[in-house]
Design a protein around this ligand. Structure first.
Ligand SMILES: *Cc1c(COP(=O)(O)O)cnc(C)c1O
Length: 342
């Protein structure tokens, strides 16, 4: 076995087909035993519930090569648990946690030649997902489902250095109170497409969504949670029932507290107060943290003074520590690193 001939440092965040993927089907109230397959296509009814009523949920995590040459992934048990919450909310069957983690490991192992080498900045992105597959025309949950896991190598998120991004306050809402904002469902992304294309057309990198009920509190962007840093180095993250609980954000809060000895706080963050913060970052699997330099509120700019020109010092330390844990040069908390026996 040999690594694929890929220019690791120059691939983007796109889909590259790999050799094997995992598939399990649910029928008559039970999951089958599941298998790896070379077939990268899905054949379903034209009337499948996922196609008509968007009954689908997904997860995203990464595998990478550590400094000492091991292949690992980061906290896959939390992705498994989050998918249980997502499927429950969309009346889909539960895919057992142990089987989810096993499927992720099997897929990485079967595609080990696509795991980018240490130091390339690239990683193997893993996408578990589930969808309602049988024909449904009257609105109700499907009776048959497919769970799949595929992987694709992705390039370094920040090519040629990190530059803080500019985001705008969106006039669209992401998630209603008591809606589906807290689950990882494709439907939350479908309805964000208009807003993100519009943001890009107007020269902004992302949308900042406020709470839909009052438009006074900070929620998140289309696919990443916020962290803010006060001038006294306290790390603050918004609390809301309509935010997707980012595993990266939860891990960074632990890193801030236990590794960097910083005060941390999860609480409601009023939009009016964000000018008091000195750094801001967006947390998610793809980038770990992307620094935000400026928020544009309908033409009025709010600048984070310690993180405007380049990544702020606290955000940088958080990022370096978490990536150090992931890459194996900083000791990880118990259970964070899942080694794949390749
Ligand atoms: C996936 C996702 C995140 C980031 O979660 P991670 O587990 O850190 O990758 C944040 N917000 C939304 C809306 C998401 O879908």
């Amino acid at each position: 076995m040999a690594k694929k001939d890929i220019d690791w440092s120059n691939i983007g965040f796109g889909y590259i087909k790999t050799d094997k993927r995992y598939v399990s089907n649910y029928k008559n109230g039970a999951w089958d035993e599941g298998t790896l397959t070379t077939d990268d296509t899905v054949t379903i009814s034209e009337c499948a519930c996922v196609l008509q009523y968007a009954q689908t949920v997904f997860e995203g995590l990464k595998a990478y090569t550590t400094e000492d040459g091991r292949v690992v992934c980061f906290r896959p048990d939390l992705n498994a648990e989050r998918m249980l919450d997502s499927t429950e909310r969309l009346k889909m069957p539960q895919f057992p946690k142990e089987r989810f983690v096993e499927a992720v490991k099997e897929v990485v192992k079967a595609n080990v030649d696509y795991v980018p080498p240490y130091g390339s900045g690239a990683t193997l992105y893993i996408r578990p997902y589930m969808f309602g597959s049988n024909a449904v025309i009257g609105v109700k949950p499907a009776e048959e489902y497919q769970f799949r896991v595929f992987c694709t190598p992705v390039g370094p998120y920040f090519k040629g250095g990190v530059k803080p991004i500019t985001i705008r306050v969106s006039d669209f809402d992401r998630a209603a109170p008591h809606g589906s904002g807290h689950i990882k469902a494709g439907l939350n992304y479908a309805m964000s497409l208009y807003a993100i294309v519009d943001a890009h057309e107007k020269g902004f990198d992302e949308n900042m969504y406020l709470d839909a009920a009052t438009r006074t509190k900070v929620e998140e962007t289309g696919g990443a949670n916020f962290l803010f840093v006060t001038k006294d180095k306290k790390v603050v993250t918004p609390k809301s029932n309509s935010i997707l609980p980012s595993i990266t954000r939860r891990s960074l809060m632990t890193v801030a507290k236990d590794y960097l000895g910083l005060d941390v706080e999860e609480r409601e963050v009023m939009f009016d107060e964000i000018g008091d913060f000195v750094e801001c970052g967006l947390c998610g699997t793809a980038a770990v943290i992307s620094p935000v330099g400026c928020v544009n509120d309908h033409g009025k700019e709010i600048i984070f003074k310690n993180g405007h020109e380049e990544m702020g010092p606290v955000i940088k330390e958080l990022r370096d520590t978490l990536t150090g844990i992931q890459m194996g040069h900083i000791k990880a908390p118990e259970g964070w690193i899942c080694e794949i026996d390749v």
